[in-house]
Design a protein around this ligand. Structure first.
Ligand code: 6PG
Length: 262
C-alpha cells in the first residue's frame, strides 16, 4: 500500500459506515450553506446521480428549514439522456430521495432537461440556461459553492469518461457525452466548471471502489476523477472503510467527527 500524501487543499475522511459519512456530510452541508448565504445570499450546489448519495439525500430530506431552502439552488452534475420519469434518470432519483420532501422553490431546481431530439440539443440548451444563470452573478461568485461527485470503478466522475476529450472545453458549462461504451447518452458538467468550485466532495463507498480510489489518491492516475483539482478551492474524499481498505492510514491519528483524517 502506498502512503497517500495530501496537499493542503485536499483531505480524506474515512468513516466506519455510510451512516456516519452521511451524518458528517449533513453537518458540513449546513455549515457551507450558511456561510455561502451569509457571503453571497445563496448556496449553489451540484449533486450527482448513482446509488452512493441516496442515503445522504434521504438524511438531507429531513432538513425542514424553510428559510434556508429559499436560498439554496440545486443543480445536477450530470444526467442520462432519458425521460425525467425514467428509472435511470438522475433527476428522478434526486426528486424521489430529496426534492419532493423539502421546501425548495421550483425556480431553485435546475435540472438538465432531456426533452429534446438529441443529447446535443439538450446539452446546448442546458449550457445556455447555465450561462444565463451564472452570467448574472459577479465573476467571483459565478462558481458552485459545492459539487458532490461519485466515482465509477473505471475512474469516471459525473459523466466524464476516459477519452471524452470534449470535457476540457473551457467555454462550456455542460457537454454532451455519447459513447458506445455507456448505456445512455449523457449530459455532464464540464471539467473546468467543476474545477472552479469552492469545494468538491467525492462520496465513495464499497469494496469495489477501493482500487480506483487508491490509484486516484496515489497521484499517479489520469482517469477523469483524478483530473478534478479545484483551482482555488478545496477537495475532500469521504470514504467508508471498505472503499479505503487499500489506503495506508494506520499511522494517521487525526480524528474529526468519527472520521479518520488523512
Ligand atoms: C451517474 C453519476 C456517476 C456516479 C458514478 C458512481 O450518473 O451515474 O453521476 O458519475 O457518481 O457512476 O455511481 P454509484 O454511486 O452508483 O457507484
Amino acid at each position: 500500500m502506498e502512503h497517500t500524501l495530501m496537499a493542503d487543499n485536499k483531505k480524506v475522511y474515512i468513516f466506519e459506515n455510510p451512516h456516519a459519512l452521511s451524518n458528517f456530510l449533513f453537518k458540513r452541508w449546513l455549515e457551507m450553506a450558511k456561510n455561502a448565504i451569509h457571503q453571497n445570499g445563496r448556496f449553489l450546489v451540484a449533486l450527482p446521480g448513482g446509488k452512493t448519495p441516496s442515503e445522504f439525500f434521504c438524511k438531507l430530506s429531513l432538513l425542514k428549514d424553510f428559510e434556508l431552502w429559499q436560498k439554496i439552488h440545486v443543480f445536477l452534475t450530470d444526467e442520462r439522456f432519458v425521460p425525467v420519469n425514467h428509472l435511470r434518470s438522475n433527476f428522478r432519483m434526486l426528486s424521489d430521495n430529496l426534492l419532493n420532501y423539502v421546501h425548495i422553490p421550483t425556480k431553485n431546481i435546475h435540472k438538465m432537461d432531456t426533452h429534446f431530439d438529441t443529447v446535443y440539443t439538450a446539452a446546448e440548451s442546458c449550457d445556455h440556461d447555465m450561462k444565463d444563470f451564472f452570467g448574472s452573478l459577479p465573476a467571483a461568485q459565478a462558481r458552485f459553492d459545492l459539487v458532490i461527485l461519485g466515482v465509477g470503478e473505471d475512474g469516471h466522475t459525473a459523466s466524464l469518461f476516459e477519452g471524452e476529450y470534449d470535457q476540457y472545453q473551457k467555454d462550456k458549462f455542460v457537454i454532451p457525452v455519447s459513447s458506445q461504451f455507456i448505456e445512455n447518452d449523457r449530459i455532464s458538467l464540464s471539467l473546468p466548471v467543476i474545477n472552479k468550485a469552492r469545494h468538491v466532495m467525492f462520496l465513495v463507498m464499497g469494496d469495489n471502489k477501493s482500487e480506483i480510489i487508491r490509484q486516484i489518491l496515489s497521484g499517479s492516475s489520469t482517469v477523469p476523477a483524478a483530473r478534478i483539482l479545484p483551482e482555488d478551492g478545496h477537495i475532500s474524499f469521504l470514504l467508508d472503510r471498505t472503499a479505503a481498505k487499500n489506503l495506508n492510514y494506520r499511522s494517521s491519528t487525526e480524528m474529526v467527527d468519527d472520521a479518520i483524517v488523512l
